[in-house]
Write a protein that binds this ligand. Structure first.
Ligand SMILES: *Cc1c(COP(=O)(O)O)cnc(C)c1O
Length: 781
């Protein structure tokens, strides 16, 4: 039901408004881009009043400030149409104009303001907070170019700037909020005099909840020069130099994760982190002061969540404001800060735990380094400083009221490893909140067929109460068949798209086996491609042996400086080239690497997947959220006992999950064996043969040892234990073949994955944060 207070146009009014916009703003043009923009303008006109009324309803209520360097929001038009119940109306208008809605939606730029799971989590949380009635502002940066756009040339990754803003962004409103943020300078007697100031200009993206029930805000800060143009300099003849301060200020928000291999790059990165933190705090405190509330009551009105350590400098910044501007004593300021700050840890990988050289931090933020040293002095056991570096994870932990992990396993490992010492001192501080994903985008939006089948079986209401998927059990025969039919249709559609856009012909009857995520050694795309090579070799030996046909689909970006990950992409491309042209294996095996993985591509692939590859080295994946999206779309997981895989398996049932590999504990002990890889390879001739193909020029005859580096790594002291898990991975893959060959059995397992995935809704996660971390109750309807 739509909220009574919300005015959503009728289908006829929507049609008229779009046509009116087309004529008034686009000269009546009917091309995809004009129609897209006209529709966005109309939707924005519906969303903004919903947003404003929600802000009024939430006024005075305690709220969340979710600070994140990434918000991987994806396209917004499709989601908005769905939520407002206007999808059919939009389809009809597009048809009338000689277009299809899918084509129109497709031309919206996908805002790539994130890198992976952490950024997508922030986006799912915004949707869930708006839907469950949790007042919230997501604070981020308005990167002009986001993360790079990935292309593939000669099977290798290329990187070009993403230009999501170049033609204007219809979903944002330039806000009245702006603040001067200081950098560098000197401190005398505790007074900081910055020598550079950059203006933080807010841009608001309204985030409507499901059917306009409530709404939140995504507030992105853009960097602008305090004085953008030097008229004197210009008139003096320096026409380009007159805009220098503007260019230098804007450099701050050009890209997400600028290369930090140089000192300039490191400084820029820390500058971004402080810019986000300081502008967001200034914004919160401005509201608090404007409401006439005493500073001591801050924790009653706001909870700040730090999404990983990137905004951890918000801790010292809050202390600075409380001490230097509000005149609080150090102890009182720390108590207050801890009352509002909370920190989500996302990784146990030591190289991913941020630390900043004291020299650099003290140069950019001299007063903050003083405060950090005071904090370190007040909490000598916290490990805030070490080896002339500021350890941001320890800093965030020390200043937070609550610290959370993102899956049950990850939270336990956090207590035993990175934060073991701190956990002993503060045993109540660490809590778990297993991640989730929004079912609006990740079921109803991307898989309307499945949503229809579910609604036909159990009625409406499950999209905002996902545990109700459990009502699909006991499975009625018709339901399993309907879901299998939807999967089949989704695969036919994907196959057509692959043929049309990638020039690869695949058989929709084959098993669609999908691994899509950032390319990283711990995620082990190389384990998957080695198994693919071994499978191809065996299929060639005996093509008539009754193989189950497979389509192996990969997608993911490699960090620009991560050479090994780029080599993995290159190898996948070369294997694809060889295998896809092989007449012996033909339709038995196809391999595809799709460029520029992003939210939109995920939405296209996940509904058509049979098998979900979640094969990280146990102990390395904090949670994963891709794994959840696949399960709720009826794919079976082949996976290790890592991150949220553990909980997925517990819920969907061991008999509906293809488990393989060592546990986190076994990984640790295995790693201690000096020849772990060599012995594993010796025991597994299939792996030896696949590795040989990387050295003998099978895939690149002109340069036979091009991939020897990957083979050497897997055969050597490989920290990620690809070789040691290979044999069991192969076994599980053949088990998957046997299960898939029994189509009815597979369909039932797939349906059970859907029925039992309700717990992985981010609505559940958000309710957990509200109850256990933020102390916020929902704003009632
Ligand atoms: C869900 C999602 C992720 C996270 O995937 P994992 O498999 O959990 O690493 C990354 N990128 C995009 C675009 C996503 O939609």
């Amino acid at each position: 039901m739509r909220d009574e207070a919300v005015t959503v146009p009728s289908d006829a009014a929507f049609r008229a408004a779009v046509l009116e916009r087309l004529s008034s703003d686009h000269g009546g043009r009917r091309d995809l881009c004009s129609v897209r923009r006209a529709m966005a303008a109309v939707l924005r006109g519906v969303v903004v009043p919903i947003w404003q009324s929600a802000l009024e309803r939430g006024a005075g209520h305690k709220r969340v400030a979710y600070l994140s360097m990434e918000f991987l929001i994806g396209r917004l038009a499709g989601d908005t149409l769905l939520s407002l119940g206007l999808r059919d109306a939009a389809k009809a208008v597009c048809l009338e104009l000689g277009l299809t809605l899918d084509d129109v939606l497709e031309v919206e730029p996908d805002a790539a303001l994130g890198n992976g799971g952490l950024g997508r989590l922030a986006a799912c949380f915004l949707d869930s907070m708006a839907t469950v009635g949790c007042p919230a502002v997501g604070y981020g940066l308005r990167y002009e170019h986001g993360l790079f756009r990935q292309g593939i040339e000669d099977d290798k990754q290329t990187e070009t700037p993403e230009d999501w803003l170049s033609r204007g962004y219809p979903w944002e409103l330039r806000s009245a909020r702006s603040y001067g943020i200081g950098f560098f300078g000197t401190v005398t007697d505790g007074v900081w005099k910055p020598s550079e100031t950059i203006w933080a200009q807010g841009y608001d993206v309204p985030v409507p909840g499901w059917q306009g029930s409530f709404a939140g805000t995504l507030r992105l800060w853009a960097a602008e020069a305090v004085q953008s143009f030097d008229l004197g300099r210009f008139n003096g003849g320096d026409h380009v130099g007159a805009s220098e301060t503007e260019a230098s200020a804007r450099a701050l928000c050009r890209v997400l994760y600028p290369d930090d291999g140089t000192e300039a790059g490191q400084t820029l990165r820390l500058k971004q982190e402080y810019f986000l933190s300081a502008a967001s705090l200034a914004d919160l405190l401005a509201d608090h002061r404007a409401a006439g509330l005493p500073m001591e009551t801050l924790p009653d009105h706001v909870a700040i969540q730090l999404n990983d350590t990137h905004p951890a400098i918000a801790g010292p910044e809050l202390m600075r404001v409380l001490i230097d501007e509000e005149g609080l004593e150090f102890d009182a300021a720390l108590k207050l800060a801890r009352g509002v700050l909370n920190y989500t840890n996302h990784t146990l990988l030591p190289e991913a735990l941020e630390s900043w050289p004291e020299m650099l931090l003290g140069w950019l933020l001299p007063r903050h380094l003083e405060i950090i040293r005071m904090l370190a002095g007040a909490m000598p056991g916290a490990g805030i400083l070490g080896g002339s570096e500021v350890r941001m994870g320890n800093l965030a932990f020390a200043m937070a009221g609550r610290v959370n992990g993102v899956s049950a396993l990850h939270t336990e490992l956090m207590k035993e490893t990175v934060f073991a010492g701190l956990h002993r001192q503060h045993p109540e501080r660490i809590v778990n909140q297993t991640n989730g994903v929004t079912p609006r985008r990740w079921i109803a939006g991307c898989n309307p067929g499945l949503a229809g089948a579910v609604t036909a079986a159990i009625g409406e209401g499950w999209l905002t109460d996902l545990e109700r998927l459990g009502e699909l059990e006991p499975l009625q025969p018709g339901v399993v068949e309907a879901m299998a039919e939807v999967k089949r249709a989704n695969k036919v559609q994907l196959a057509a798209w692959l043929g049309a856009t990638q020039g690869v012909q695949v058989d929709p009857g084959a098993m669609f086996d999908v691994q899509i995520k950032r390319i990283h050694e711990y995620k082990r795309q190389h384990l998957n491609i080695l198994e693919t090579i071994a499978l191809w070799q065996e299929m060639r030996d005996a093509p008539q042996a009754g193989w189950v046909p497979r389509v192996k689909i990969f997608a993911g970006k490699a960090a620009p400086g991560y050479h090994f990950a780029k080599e993995i992409i290159h190898l996948i491309g070369k294997v694809a080239r060889m295998v896809n042209a092989d007449p012996v294996t033909g339709d038995l095996l196809k391999v595809v690497f799709l460029p520029n993985y992003n939210v939109s591509l995920a939405e296209r692939l996940i509904p058509a997947a049979d098998l979900s590859e979640q094969i990280s080295t146990a102990g390395k994946e904090a949670s994963g959220t891709g794994n959840m999206k696949f399960a709720m779309n009826g794919a079976l997981t082949i996976g290790t006992l890592d991150g949220a895989n553990v909980e997925i398996r517990e819920r969907v049932g061991a008999e509906n999950f293809l488990l393989f590999g060592m546990t986190a504990e076994e990984v640790s002990s295995r790693r201690a064996i000096p020849d772990h890889a060599a012995t594993a390879i010796e025991a597994e001739p299939r792996l030896a043969r696949a590795l040989e193909a990387l050295r003998d020029g099978t895939f690149i005859p002109d340069w036979p040892d091009l991939f020897a580096g990957i083979a050497d790594n897997v055969s050597g002291p490989d920290h990620f234990l690809v070789a040691s898990d290979f044999a069991d991975y192969w076994r599980a893959q053949r088990e998957a073949d046997r299960w898939f060959a029994d189509a009815d059995g597979w369909a039932e397992k797939a349906a059970l994955n859907v029925a039992r995935s309700g717990w992985f809704s981010s609505d559940r996660t958000i309710r957990g944060y509200m109850a256990d971390i933020w102390g916020i109750s929902p704003v009632s309807a």
